[in-house]
Design a protein around this ligand. Structure first.
Ligand SMILES: Cc1cc2nc3c(=O)[nH]c(=O)nc-3n(C[C@H](O)[C@H](O)[C@H](O)COP(=O)(O)OP(=O)(O)OC[C@H]3O[C@@H](n4cnc5c(N)ncnc54)[C@H](O)[C@@H]3O)c2cc1C
Length: 321
C-alpha cells in the first residue's frame, strides 16, 4: 500500500518557504504526499500546494501560529498525528522546523532522524542517508513503528511541479490551549540585504580567515556584486564577529548549491565543505597549496586573496561592460 507522507509547510511573509516545497516534492515521489499549513495565510496557500505534490492539505488559518513561537504548531500537529497516523512526517531543516521536530519527537515518542540528504522505503522500512563528515555517509534505517519523523537538509531535492494536480483541502478549526501561547514573538527584524539571498544565489563568493581582517571582507562583497551573486562566510569569521550569522555557510550554517562558489582565504574544513561542496563549480584562492579546499576545487589559485580578489572584480566588471 502506498505510504502516506506528511510535510509540514513553513510560511514566511505568508508564502511557503522553498525548502518546504523541496521536501513536499520528494514526499510525492515516495508515496501519497499530504501537507499541513498553519498561519494567517494558510487558507490562501493550501490550494496552491497541489501543484507542488500534495494530494491533501490540512490547513488552519489562524494568526496564533504567527504570533506565538512553535508551541501552537506542535499542539495541532500532535493532535493530527494521533488522529491519522501517517507513515512519515518530513520537515525541512530550518530554525523553526528543527524546534517543532524536536518537540514533536519528545511529545509523541516518534524517533527523529536529522540532517538527511536522501530517503527511500524498502522491505526493512525507511532508509535514510545522512552525511557524516568528509566523504562519509551513514545509511540509517527507521524501524517504522508508528510515524517516523525526519528533518531534511535544504537543497537536498529540487522543487517539483505537479501540473494540474489539485489538493483536497481540509480546514481545521481546533482551538489552541493557553499553555501553547506562552512564547510570543515580540519583534521580527529583517536583515537588510541587496542582491540575491545566499541560499538562492547562482554565484556565491565565500570569505574566510585568510582575508586577515573584517574590513577586507569588502573584497568578497565587491566580487559577489560584480558577478550578481551573494557573499558568504566561514564560521571562523562569523564567530570572530566580522559578520552576522546569516552569512555562515556550512554544517551549522546555510547549505548553498550555486553554479559557482568562489572560496577566498578558506581552508576547507569538513564543516565548511558540508555546506558548499554540492556547488557545480568551485574556485579556490588560498596561499597554502596544501589547503584541503583544493581537494574539492575545479580551479585552484595559489596566491594572496587580497590581491587576486580585486583583480578578478575588475576583470569581471570590464568584461560585463
Ligand atoms: C561542530 C562544528 C561545526 C562547525 N560548523 C561550521 C560551519 O557551519 N561553517 C564553517 O565554515 N565552519 C564550521 N566549523 C569550523 C570549521 O571547523 C573551521 O574552523 C572553519 O571553517 C575555518 O574557517 P576558515 O577557513 O575561515 O579559517 P582557517 O581554517 O583559519 O583557514 C584560513 C585559510 O586562509 C588561508 N590564507 C591565509 N592568508 C591568506 C591570503 N592572504 N590569501 C589566501 N589565503 C590565505 C590559509 O592558508 C588557510 O587555509 C565548525 C566546527 C565545528 C567543531
Amino acid at each position: 500500500m502506498a505510504k502516506t507522507i506528511w510535510v509540514l509547510i513553513e510560511l514566511e511573509n505568508g508564502k511557503p518557504v522553498r525548502s518546504s516545497l523541496e521536501v513536499l516534492g520528494k514526499a510525492a515521489k515516495l508515496g501519497r504526499a499530504e501537507a499541513i499549513v498553519m498561519g494567517a495565510a494558510a487558507a490562501e496557500v493550501a490550494p496552491t500546494l497541489g501543484e507542488y505534490g500534495a494530494e491533501k492539505v490540512y490547513a488552519h488559518a489562524e494568526a496564533i501560529y504567527d504570533t506565538y513561537l512553535t508551541l501552537p504548531a506542535v499542539e495541532t500537529v500532535s493532535a493530527l498525528l494521533k488522529q491519522h497516523q501517517p507513515d512519515l512526517l518530513l520537515l525541512a531543516t530550518t530554525y523553526e522546523m528543527r524546534d517543532i521536530a524536536a518537540r514533536l519527537n519528545v511529545r509523541n515518542n516518534m524517533g527523529l532522524i536529522t540532517d538527511t540528504t536522501d530517503l527511500a522505503f524498502d522491505s526493512e522500512g525507511l532508509k535514510v542517508t545522512v552525511p557524516w563528515g568528509g566523504e562519509n555517509v551513514v545509511t540509517a534505517t527507521h524501524p517504522q513503528q508508528g510515524t517516523g519523523i525526519v528533518l531534511v537538509r535544504p537543497k537536498a531535492f529540487a522543487v517539483e511541479h505537479y501540473e494540474g494536480r489539485s489538493a483536497e483541502v481540509e480546514m481545521l478549526n481546533t482551538s489552541i490551549s493557553a499553555a501553547s501561547q506562552s512564547i510570543k514573538v515580540l519583534e521580527s527584524i529583517e536583515v537588510e540585504s541587496t542582491g540575491p539571498a545566499l541560499e538562492d544565489a547562482s554565484v556565491v563568493v565565500g570569505g574566510g580567515r585568510g582575508l586577515g581582517k573584517a574590513e577586507n571582507f569588502r573584497l568578497v562583497e565587491d566580487l559577489a556584486t560584480a558577478l550578481g551573486g551573494a557573499p558568504g562566510a566561514t564560521r571562523a569569521i562569523v564567530d570572530a564577529g566580522w559578520l552576522p550569522y546569516s552569512y555562515q555557510v556550512g554544517q551549522t550554517g546555510k547549505t548553498v548549491k550555486p553554479t559557482l562558489y568562489v572560496a577566498a582565504g578558506i581552508s576547507g574544513a569538513i564543516q565548511h565543505l558540508a555546506g558548499m561542496k554540492g556547488s557545480k563549480y568551485i574556485v579556490a584562492i588560498n596561499k597554502d597549496e596544501n589547503a584541503p579546499i583544493f581537494s574539492v576545487a575545479d580551479l585552484g589559485i595559489i596566491g594572496d586573496a587580497l590581491t587576486i580578489l580585486p583583480k578578478l572584480t575588475e576583470e569581471v566588471k570590464k568584461r560585463k561592460a
